[in-house]
Ligand binder design. Structure first.
Ligand code: ZN
Length: 741
């Protein structure tokens, strides 16, 4: 088999990789890029026929919102915040909508709802009403922001049933402000108190939508021992997750109906986010939510990779079917040590907003404290205004219609939330590390990929993907296994790893793999971890997934594996782990076994690859180049090296490609930065030329290719529907907007 470099040098073509036409001579050959990025001259798949035009005037109003703004008001703001100055700033950013605090913890208007405590600086002032009026005067819509998660001692005394309880029966209190107790979402607090506030606000003001902060919980499930919750299934179990989802679903619909009592085009939405872990079942909520509010405000120490916001955008795209989604960027500092009233590094805030746009969401900028943000620390203002003002010039190109990715990554929300990982693993972290390992490998390979929710595996949705990747999707129901089986039988390819399909939807362990027939695998024993040297993969024969492994008979395996029964003619076998120290004993007592380290199959157009080890996770925690190469080779193999958009050039970037109203948009986020995996971006390290190729549907002609950050058009070539152009330089972010006719 030709390796990629010889493929390039010999100039062989497969019909899809066209010789450089004379019209393309203006482009400098990109030899340096070839050296740095081990990417192929991919076979380009023609993009699908363009979607029919949409009459945007007939869409729900929130679909026209392009910038979301929030000053998170504090108790002191009624005496400390200049309302006109607040409204002027947000108006100057071209914000379409502002969040104004009603709350529920402290009332920002003279509320008469019992236990809706007036802030001590309110003095019966209608602060909320004045803010609403100031926003409306400037043409900005208003979201009424509530917080139903906490309340005070007098409410607890009158309604002890409202509190979340510890195992010993004591109320759960807020750790920073112990006078506040946590309210239980199964209690009448949510049935009575929250609707009372919503109806009062509706009666008094003209607001466009209602939102709850602090509920539901993100990325984890609550644990409460109140009288109601004690009768529910045990916390953290699949059965609990279902009743939890039922309750959220019921309240969401009830609040939505209340929001619509006065204005039929109003709606309710709540805090969501939490990436692939979510919290509530995102598939269920995605079906009813008019607005996905991803409260994923910045990098944290527990999740330090730069792409946290993009990953969230892929989650939103997987569940919202093109409906409205936005991600909050904290203008203030986020992380392990927090300064909620001081600006964060501008480069970091900008990158988070850029990820929001690139991943198809609408940017949302947020500072805590009106008085703090307008008087004490004003540095955040320019960062947000500059970014928002830039987007306002390019709304048509930045609004996405659909992702054109050809690789689907299944995100198993139940596995993320409920699966514990193998013994000795770090439970909750296990799936995080697994996801991050695959994510990084996909970025390094510059694949165009989507996330696909485990409950959205219907054939129609999967048909656009050349391959589905299942990174240790341990929990799969029989139905989900069948959907994947059908996908493979219809010619789709899959790559799966470790315990994929070893549990059903109730976390009940199967005797053997749920997808064993599809993948050609059978379990030979229980999980083997590592004590000393981890296992190795012995190369048995040549194969595309092992391309580039010269001068070695073995490569890195993974930390954990599920032993498999032998297969015929294995490509790679397991050399079991052995002593690491002392070095005298660091040699394999069993240097050769029949246990497969990878199982590969090819039937018609379908290719399947299974790794018995936790390879994605082992890559993430080690950065080992063997695992990187193995994952890249395998993804290329299962996709038949077919690309939907090919971007060649130096650097570590995240790429998104969208069909848009005017044409297409290719977004490049430059992560070539010492702070890609730790801390915050402090400055930008610009990249050189990036050459983009895509094959447009028959009859589609290109009018122009414009670089939205650089603010200029570039030349392009078109040959047999293959569009090619070069982005000469990428600072932190660039968008190539292709306008078509
Ligand atoms: Zn409870």
């Amino acid at each position: 088999m030709l390796n990629r470099r010889s493929f390039l040098k010999t100039g062989l073509t497969t019909g899809a990789a066209l010789p450089i036409a004379s019209t393309l001579n203006a482009f400098a050959p990109n030899a340096a890029a070839e050296e740095v990025t081990p990417a192929s001259v991919a076979k380009l798949t023609t993009l699908p026929a363009r979607l029919a035009a949409v009459d945007t005037a007939k869409e729900p109003w929130q679909m026209r919102i392009r910038r979301v703004a929030q000053t998170n008001m504090t108790e002191r703001d009624p005496v400390g915040m200049d309302v006109e100055k607040w409204a002027d700033y947000w108006h100057s950013t071209d914000a379409d909508i502002v969040f104004v605090s009603v709350t529920g913890i402290l009332a920002f208007y003279p509320s008469k709802v019992p236990f809706h405590k007036h802030g001590k600086f309110l003095n019966d002032r209608d602060f909320f009403g004045e803010c609403v009026a100031a926003a409306k005067k400037r043409g900005m819509r208003v979201v009424a922001r509530m917080s139903p998660d906490l309340n005070w001692g007098d409410a607890l005394a009158a309604h002890p049933e409202w509190a979340m309880r510890n195992r010993d029966g004591s109320p759960q209190m807020n750790t920073e402000e112990p006078r506040l107790f946590k309210t239980c979402m199964f209690s009448s607090y949510m049935d009575d108190y929250v609707p009372a506030i919503m109806r009062e606000v509706s009666a008094l003001y003209d607001v466009d939508a209602f939102y709850t902060n602090g509920w539901p919980q993100l990325g984890a499930l609550p644990e409460c021992h109140c009288a109601i919750c004690s009768k529910l299934p045990a916390a953290g179990t699949p059965a609990y997750w279902r009743v939890y989802d039922d309750r959220i679903f019921e309240l969401w619909q009830r609040y939505d109906a209340i929001a619509k009592e006065k204005k039929p085009d109003s709606f309710f939405f709540a805090n969501l986010g939490g990436g692939v872990r979510g919290g509530p079942n995102l598939n269920r909520l995605g079906n009813i939510a008019a607005w996905f509010q991803a409260d994923n405000q910045g990098r944290t120490n527990g999740d330090p990779a730069v792409w946290g916001c993009s990953l969230q955008g892929r989650v939103c795209n997987a569940i919202m079917n093109g409906k409205f989604a936005t991600n909050v960027t904290a203008a203030y500092s986020t992380g392990g040590v927090v300064w909620r009233n001081a600006s964060k590094n501008p480069a970091e805030a900008r990158m988070w907003m850029a990820q929001t746009s690139a991943s198809g969401m609408v940017p949302y900028y947020h500072f805590v404290g009106g008085e703090s943000g307008l008087k004490e620390d004003r540095r955040w203002q320019k960062t947000g205004a500059d970014y928002f003002n830039w987007t306002a010039k390019h709304d048509a190109h930045l609004r996405t219609r659909r992702s054109i990715a050809n690789v689907g990554v299944v995100f198993g929300q139940s596995t993320q939330l409920l699966y514990a990982g193998p013994a000795g693993g770090r439970a909750r972290d296990f799936m995080h590390e697994t996801t991050q390992g695959l994510y990084e490998a996909l970025l390094r390979g510059r694949f165009a990929f989507d996330f696909v929710h485990e409950d959205k595996l219907e054939a129609e949705r999967l048909s656009k993907y050349r391959a589905l990747l299942l990174p240790n999707i341990a929990m799969l129901s029989d139905k989900q296994c069948q959907q994947i089986r059908d996908y493979v039988q219809s010619g789709g390819s899959i790559m799966a790893s470790f315990e994929t399909g070893l549990y059903d939807e109730n976390l009940k362990r199967r005797a053997d793999f749920g997808l064993g027939d599809v993948l050609g695998i059978s379990k030979a024993g229980e999980i083997v971890g590592t004590n000393g040297n981890a296992y190795y993969g012995r190369i048995e024969r040549k194969h595309a997934v092992l391309e580039g492994f010269g001068e070695t008979n073995w490569i890195a395996g993974a930390q954990n594996r599920v032993p498999l029964k032998p297969v015929q003619d294995p490509v790679m076998t397991v050399v079991p782990g052995f002593v690491r120290y002392p070095p005298e004993l660091a040699y394999p007592p069993a240097p050769h076994t029949q246990e497969p380290a990878v199982v590969l199959r090819e039937t018609g157009g379908s290719r399947t690859a299974f790794f018995p080890g936790d390879v994605e996770r082992s890559y993430w925690i080690t950065g080992h180049g063997d695992l990187h190469r193995l994952l890249l080779n395998t993804i290329r193999w299962v996709t038949h090296e077919e690309s939907i958009v090919d971007v060649q050039g130096e650097g570590f970037v995240e790429m998104f490609a969208w069909e848009t109203g005017p044409g297409y948009a290719v977004h490049l986020l430059n992560y070539t930065n010492p702070n890609a995996h730790h801390g915050w971006m402090q400055s930008t390290y610009a990249l050189g030329p990036q050459t983009v190729r895509m094959k447009l549907p028959a009859g589609v002609k290109v009018k122009s290719v414009e670089l939205l950050q650089a603010g200029r058009t570039v030349n392009f070539g078109m040959e047999r529907q293959e569009l090619r152009f070069t982005i000469p330089r990428v600072e932190d972010y660039e968008v190539a907007a292709v306008a078509v006719v």
